[in-house]
Design a protein. Structure first.
Length: 277
């Protein structure tokens, strides 16, 4: 454990030295930055934050080693996110950068964050896509009409209220915020999308086809968005649902991951504002 901490500290200290040199060399200017666009760094989930009990089944169906499934999902998710985000902003995908430096920097990023379950947050107090929600005063004034109707809905199950109240996501908490300055100087990125956790969950309580023994299966992706000043702009989790009868890994990536990518692209767009010179 002490050895791991020492290695992590060395990585961070070396990166801090690079920051100083980069600042002197570039005088604080973004590298290759289009003044009309942000540049988003996509940071993949750490393999330790991959959870799936379906991998042995998927490996057998696809005739691949079990260890390949998480790798395929990791790269497939990053590809889809990059393909969607690039329609509105520039992107830098550190996972597909094969240079030694990018590999070192990714390890440094992982060493500079910790994870904590928290309630979803957004640009403004609101729902998972950043819609503004008025905050009530002591007398309940200021609550949006739709929110009042939803709260007083007699047909809404109590379990749904509890689920909404207790819903949390795995957030990336930055322990060394100085890393953002170095990453911005080196890669020209001013927004950072962290994929914090990937879950592939089968709900055996919800059978979709009893004759075929197919159940509900979910991909849950936890994420955080930060700017170059180490300010968190948004964070939450997004879920897509499909049948456990779909076991082709390539098809899951092609049909389900774009839905996650579209959601995250919208989240990036919500926090993006035109860069002012």
């Amino acid at each position: 454990m002490n050895k791991f901490i020492s290695v992590s500290c060395c990585l961070i200290l070396c990166f801090a030295f690079t920051i100083v040199n980069g600042q002197n060399a570039n005088s604080g200017a973004l590298i290759g930055q289009d003044s009309n666009k942000h540049k988003v760094m996509i940071i993949p989930f750490d393999q330790y934050n991959y959870f799936s009990y379906a991998d042995p089944e998927l490996a057998e169906k696809n005739e691949k080693p079990v260890s390949d499934i998480s790798r395929l999902f990791r790269y497939g998710l990053n590809y889809n996110i990059s393909a969607r985000v690039i329609s509105t902003n520039e992107t830098y995908n550190i996972l597909t950068d094969t240079t030694v430096q990018s590999g070192t920097d990714l390890k440094m990023i992982y060493a500079s964050i910790t994870y904590r379950f928290e309630h979803p947050m957004n640009v403004v107090k609101g729902d998972s896509v950043g819609k503004a929600v008025a905050q009530p005063d002591l007398f309940g004034n200021g609550v949006m009409e739709e929110e009042k109707k939803e709260k007083n809905n007699p047909f809404k199950k109590k379990s749904e209220d509890e689920a909404e109240k207790n819903a949390k996501y795995l957030n990336a908490v930055i322990t060394h915020p100085e890393i953002f300055t170095g990453l911005q100087q080196k890669y020209g990125t001013d927004l950072f999308l962290f994929i914090n956790q990937f879950e592939l969950v089968t709900n055996y309580n919800h059978c979709l086809d009893r004759s075929a023994n197919y159940f509900e299966r979910k991909v849950v992706v936890h994420y955080s968005i930060y700017d170059a000043n180490a300010k968190q702009l948004q964070g939450g989790a997004h879920t897509v649902t499909f049948s456990s009868g779909e076991t082709n890994v390539d098809k899951i990536i092609a049909t389900q991951f774009p839905l996650v990518a579209d959601y995250l692209s919208t989240a990036i767009a919500d926090v993006s504002k035109p860069v002012i010179k």
